[in-house]
Design a binder for this molecule. Structure first.
Ligand SMILES: NC(=O)c1ccc[n+]([C@@H]2O[C@H](COP(=O)([O-])OP(=O)(O)OC[C@H]3O[C@@H](n4cnc5c(N)ncnc54)[C@H](O)[C@@H]3O)[C@@H](O)[C@H]2O)c1
Length: 332
């Protein structure tokens, strides 16, 4: 099967590409940034085949041409900008042009190319204020997006569902909060996970100060990629929206504790006065229901906290042995 992954050079996209290559798929990654050289090197032994295209999803004609050329059976659309709230007005135009108009370009390209299924990677951010009022967020919970980013993701979702009404097989995968391999600092992404921040502090030998325990349905990104692959492959008609989340909660403090159990030299405390880990908000949002996902993804998630931390540390050790995660410059 040929699968086009937009945003394939980003955190979630790299995990999607990797998961699909492991399944032996023919993967085309399309992104405005090149694939990191070390990722390409690490995937050399995987059974699938990989081709990458430098393309901006704001260029609708080029996107349609690409889809016509490669004739993907499936598309998963992860390209987006996700600014931190402090930068959201500076990035408002980009949220509209990339997250909304870029998605419309992708949907038009999918229709023109008669693509069998499209999965739009949306975000739990669309629930917004509802995430602090409800005990659990179901796909039917009325979203109350607050930030420009959340509003742009919700608009993209709603537009995608109009294409569904017109006959395109398209589903919005509302992704919760993920952590794990291939996360990196990027100018278009203002909200690195607390886990990534902690790994950076641990690498530099600095103590970790958390603002609070930080309980949430954190999802290991490799499980997120598997879940989205399951949505891509599912043989039956999909719901309009599927939450992609862990179905269980642990805290960032638990994550720190598990790192220490696994032997990482880490000092950590809860310090609400002078924290050095940003949780991107002062309260913990409610967990996402995985009632729609479970029949699609089966035995899910594969990792609990302990196995996720172990897997992440193995990946990180290999990564530091092969050097820092770097995007090559365009054209190199
Ligand atoms: N990381 C999370 O916790 C999380 C949670 C919920 C939803 N999401 C969603 O997952 C998707 C991927 O997010 P991520 O965390 O991997 O972010 P990321 O910034 O790491 O990846 C996004 C990728 O999109 C690419 N991109 C940006 N603008 C583009 C353009 N105009 N044309 C082509 N490519 C472009 C970037 O170069 C980057 O490689 C997004 O749709 C995001 O909304 C992420």
């Amino acid at each position: 099967m040929t699968v086009l992954v937009t945003g394939g050079s980003g955190f979630v996209g790299l995990n999607l590409v990797e998961a699909l290559l492991k399944r032996g798929e023919s993967v085309v990654s399309c992104d405005s940034q090149p694939l990191p050289a070390n990722a390409v090197a690490r995937w050399a032994g995987l059974p699938g085949s990989l081709h990458s295209e430098l393309l901006d999803v704001r260029e609708g004609t080029a996107l349609t041409q690409l889809v016509r050329e490669i004739r993907p059976d499936r598309i998963i659309h992860a390209a987006a900008v996700s600014p931190a709230e402090k930068d959201e007005l500076v990035m408002a135009q980009a949220c509209v042009s990339v997250n909304i108009a870029g998605t419309v370009n992708l949907l038009d390209a999918a229709v023109a190319g008669h693509v069998g299924r499209v999965v739009i990677v949306s975000s739990a951010a669309v629930y917004g204020a509802a995430g602090f009022l409800q005990p659990e967020l179901q796909e039917t919970t009325p979203p109350q997006p607050a930030s420009v980013y959340a509003a742009s993701k919700f608009a993209a979702e709603r537009i995608a569902l109009r294409y569904r009404k017109a006959g395109l097989d398209v589903t919005a995968a509302r992704l919760g909060s993920v952590f794990g391999p291939w996360e990196q600092a990027a100018p278009t992404r203002g909200t690195p996970s607390p886990m990534w921040q902690i790994m950076q502090l641990a690498r530099s030998g600095a103590p970790v100060r958390l603002p609070r325990p930080g309980c949430r349905d954190w999802l290991y990104v490799r499980d997120a990629a598997d879940a989205m692959a399951a949505v891509l492959y599912h043989s039956e008609r999909l719901p309009e929206v599927v939450n992609i989340a862990a179905g269980a909660q642990f805290s960032v403090a638990d994550f720190c504790g598990q790192l220490a159990v696994e032997g990482l030299d880490l000092t950590w405390t809860i310090d609400p006065v002078a924290p050095n880990v940003d949780f991107h908000g002062s309260a913990d949002r409610a967990p996402l229901s995985i009632g729609h996902l479970t029949p699609i993804a089966g035995d899910f998630p594969r990792h609990d906290l302990r196995s996720a931390v172990r897997d992440y540390l193995v990946w990180a050790a290999d990564e530091s042995a092969s050097g820092p995660l770097e995007h090559p410059r365009r054209g190199s």
